[in-house]
Design a protein. Sequence first.
Length: 118
Amino acid sequence: MSSEDTAAGDHAVVKGEPSGNGRIARASWYGPGFHGRKTASGERFNAHALTAAHRTLPFGTRVHVRNTKNGKSVVVRINDRGPFHRGREIDLSHGAARAIGMGGIGTVTMVVLGEKRG
């Protein structure tokens, strides 16, 4: 796990908008009950990291997520599968949700940035 994934305060808020229109989606977060467990990608889940779960995006994909309520944004790395609740498209780690000021279920704009190389 890279240092940029370890804490919500490390490079969490992104200034400006990424290229592309993005997709409006419902998001939720998960964390405390899963901290330390293996994710679908095989790595240990860190509730404080800037990661997320998505049903179909490849592991390692970077996604720019912006909270439509307050404009705060973060780049997360997909490392797990989910969410498993109807109507939700992405499950943010607790650290990522905190970074964008999302307390429960929220509406976000998602822009897929691509897969991390190397």
